[in-house]
Write a protein that binds this ligand. Structure first.
Ligand SMILES: [Zn+2]
Ligand SMILES: [Zn+2]
Length: 144
């Protein structure tokens, strides 16, 4: 299959499903951000482990963490269910550290830099048609 990388307008695409490499859902219905389940991962920095909740709107860079993160910290991200590392082989071309990935349905994924304050990230779409239909579903729904 073809790998396609797209740029999407910040905050426009709602991530409705995200998984770890083992298939656990990272969506957290107990933690809502802007009315939608956050993407929750384990975060580890300077030997401390906590939870991080990402804003599910792609490109907003919003997060909420129960441990203190400082600008420039390089965090480790793990699945909160099976503890698998979310780190990939790809390095951020600004910080030179391995990026982490959240798997999307149908083979797409979001990759982002684990350096706090670095906004390098991209969305990798494998099955473009299916993925787009799914991602933009929420957007097309008429607003009440
Ligand atoms: Zn898992
Ligand atoms: Zn970076």
């Amino acid at each position: 299959m073809e790998e396609v990388r797209i740029k999407v307008p910040s905050g426009k695409v709602l991530i409705k499903e995200g998984y770890c490499p083992n298939g656990c859902s990272l969506m957290n219905k107990d933690k809502l951000v802007d009315g939608h389940p956050a993407i929750t991962c384990l975060v580890r920095v300077r030997g401390i482990t906590g939870h991080i909740h990402f804003n599910p709107f792609y490109g907003t860079f919003g997060y909420d963490s129960d441990i203190k993160l400082r600008e420039g910290d390089i965090v480790g991200l793990y699945c909160p269910h099976c503890n698998v590392s979310l780190t990939t082989e790809e390095h951020c071309n600004m910080c030179r550290v391995p990026m982490f990935a959240i798997q999307l349905p149908d083979g797409g994924e979001i990759r982002a830099c684990p350096t706090v304050g670095c906004h390098k990230h991209h969305l990798t779409i494998v099955d473009l048609d299916a993925q787009f239909a799914e991602l933009y579903n929420e957007e097309r729904r008429p607003k009440m």
